[in-house]
Design a protein around this ligand. Sequence first.
Ligand code: PMP
Length: 407
Amino acid sequence: TVSTTQNFIGKEARWGARNYQPVPVVVDHARDCLVWDVEGRTYIDMMGAYSAVSHGHLHPRIVAAAERQLGRVAVTSRAYHGTTLGPFLEKLCAIAGFERALPMNTGAEAVETAIKCARRWGHFVKGIADGRQEILVARGNFHGRTSTIVGFSSEPEYRAGFGPFAPGFAHFDFGDMDSVRAAATGNTCAVLVEPIQGEAGVIVPPAGFFAELREWCTKNNVLLIIDEVQSGLGRTGRWFAFEHEGIRPDALILGKALGGGLLPVSAFLADDAVMGVFNPGSHGSTFGGNALAAAVALEGLKVIEDENLVARSAALGEYLNKRLREVAAEAAPLVRAVRGRGLWVGVDIDPAHATARELVEKLAAGGVLSKETHDTVIRFAPPLTITKALVDRAVQVFRQVLLDKRA
Ligand code: PMP
């Protein structure tokens, strides 16, 4: 007989497109930091859906907010005003320190919003001829999967066969100001960059890079747009990763955790002078800022505040980092580096000894969910509600996986 797990995996393999290759775990239900599969096995969620489940699975307050809203109205589209969108945007702007926010659904949509806004700003405000605007992006970037966005990826895997791509993007090396200056022209209207490169393997920039970039952008009248889809809302131990750099961007992109672990909610934030380039009819999405999404996202922001999840991420992140460094030292030479900020860690595996994928599969078999990035990095991004006891258990499993591999 076919196991329940094989049955569900088989259906996905038969009827789905083959655009993902997850580990063989079929999730049945989840609560906070724990996940149960269809065989009744329990897992510690050390991945949190790539930082989308920062509040823990099915946070009771966020579920209750959704249920309250489901008793009123869920989706109306932006054809009408509602009772939840305004309060959500007000709260979001207060937390992030921007004058306006534009709600969308996915991270990629909010990035597309940023690109459109930057180009219009470049034309309307900076006076660049329309069609000549250029945006600088980092090598190794990840901003989503639409054709415009993969068009400026530097990863062959994300691009191959998907051309032709939109022009108007130029690359610099993440962390290298000389390459920013070399890539810029008089038509440069914006720099679009992650504060820490997530999909590239949790790459932390060299100290001082962002301060210098900020100064250069101001001097050259170029917008600094920071994509915090993965890093934002407490992940790095601050509300926003740019705070570690002592800077403020001109615009901010949020997603993932903004949906409270329940729904896709993203946003593009900027001040009047930048957001003002949008007028009615110039941009939008049927579901962006819908009544249910806004209710859920608002409650999610309040939960982060009320439960002090940002401080918790800083403290437990430091602990997770320290424990992983200890295990890495013990398992030398399997691990080349442990890096990250807050509850966001990349463990760099020496490919001479193991692939990240095989270790991720062994971790899953041992009851810990993580994610490999490329062939060499294992990424951990647990819910910010994780406990010290669960971190200890997860690290213990990881230690055993590494030591077994080395043996
Ligand atoms: N920006 C960053 C920094 C991301 O990490 C991601 C997703 N990993 C995205 C954008 C795209 O978000 P989505 O998958 O919701 O489109």
